[in-house]
Design a protein around this ligand. Sequence first.
Ligand SMILES: Cc1cc2nc3c(=O)[nH]c(=O)nc-3n(C[C@H](O)[C@H](O)[C@H](O)COP(=O)(O)OP(=O)(O)OC[C@H]3O[C@@H](n4cnc5c(N)ncnc54)[C@H](O)[C@@H]3O)c2cc1C
Length: 347
Amino acid sequence: MEQRLDAVIIGRGLAGAVLTETLRQRGLRVRVYDAKRPGNASLAAGGVVNPVVLRRDVPSWRALELLPLAERFYSEWSARAGWQGWHQLPLVKLFPTPKEVDQWTRAMDTDAGRVLLQQVPEPELEQGGLVHPHGYGTVPRCAWLNVPAMLEAQRSALLNEGVLVERMLEQDAVRITPEGVEVDGLQARWCIRCDGPFASLAGLIPVKGETVVVHIPGLHLSRMVHRGVFLLPLGDERYRVGSTFAWDDVFSGPSEAARAWLLERLRNFVHRPFEVEEQRAGVRPTARDRRPIIGVTGPGQAVLNGLGSRGVLLAPWCAAHLADHLFAGAPLDPEVAWDRSGLSELS
Ligand SMILES: Cc1cc2nc3c(=O)[nH]c(=O)nc-3n(C[C@H](O)[C@H](O)[C@H](O)COP(=O)(O)OP(=O)(O)OC[C@H]3O[C@@H](n4cnc5c(N)ncnc54)[C@H](O)[C@@H]3O)c2cc1C
């Protein structure tokens, strides 16, 4: 039997999961090693796909290119594999000040704004009694990926096929050979590290984030709402509220301060009683220049990292781009190269 693999993947958060699916869809043979470590990003992720930087009402990096790709990737994958967890869900931004109304109006009049922004009545806001003294605007092409649900569905499938090994794989277990790498006695062309915030990579900054889940009796929304924090409907009057950003002591787990910060912002626009059901903390793997980190790092070795705070939107493009580079000889986009000068100069 042919024992040679195309890739060994280390880490199966969002990056490793999407890469695994991408490679398997291309008929490539992979083995995945993953051990859940406290602070991993994907189990804490809100899972929101939002192509707009809401502070400035401009598209996020390459949003118009990445969005259709992400929409197609997750909808086809969930349909093919039979998991539920990909939901198209518009986002309504509540304007915090009159200045933001002007900013939105100007943004709507740009090429990207005409595609991404709208101003339409949202009756649910009135019905729910949400507070919006300066009005609101809608980003219709947003979505929610239930990341833990996707990971769990893929986990079962990979375990069934013997493709997933649930344990840590240390660097010294990867032996470089003339043909690629050897791991656990198996040969592979590539070892691809998708170890997120646990990686040691120049220019990678770990950024802690926290969310809470609240139960808000009587509030029924079919949209996400954003004012300082996002309010993401999970069903049954439950909502995820997020996220915080912190740069110190990032692996310290859920904190009282983050919870208080989130709830204070929630109370700015939800004047209803609610109960906190859950709190999660994770660490985003963020590049200094906020771009993904991809490429060949040494003989037989490659990396997919730096998904930052927009991992769901970025991952399908990053995985396809890395696969084209490693297995079809396509050139790597210099903006995402792991050794780009922007990253190392700053670090
Ligand atoms: C609070 C919070 C909210 C967020 N909200 C959003 C959002 O709304 N939308 C969005 O798009 N993004 C969001 N993000 C960002 C998103 O979560 C990340 O971009 C993404 O999850 C990063 O995935 P990753 O696979 O690179 O890292 P991780 O999810 O951390 O995965 C790395 C995996 O590798 C494993 N691992 C590491 N080393 C080894 C080893 N040696 N052997 C075996 N396994 C190993 C880890 O245990 C882990 O399972 C949020 C993040 C946080 C923290």
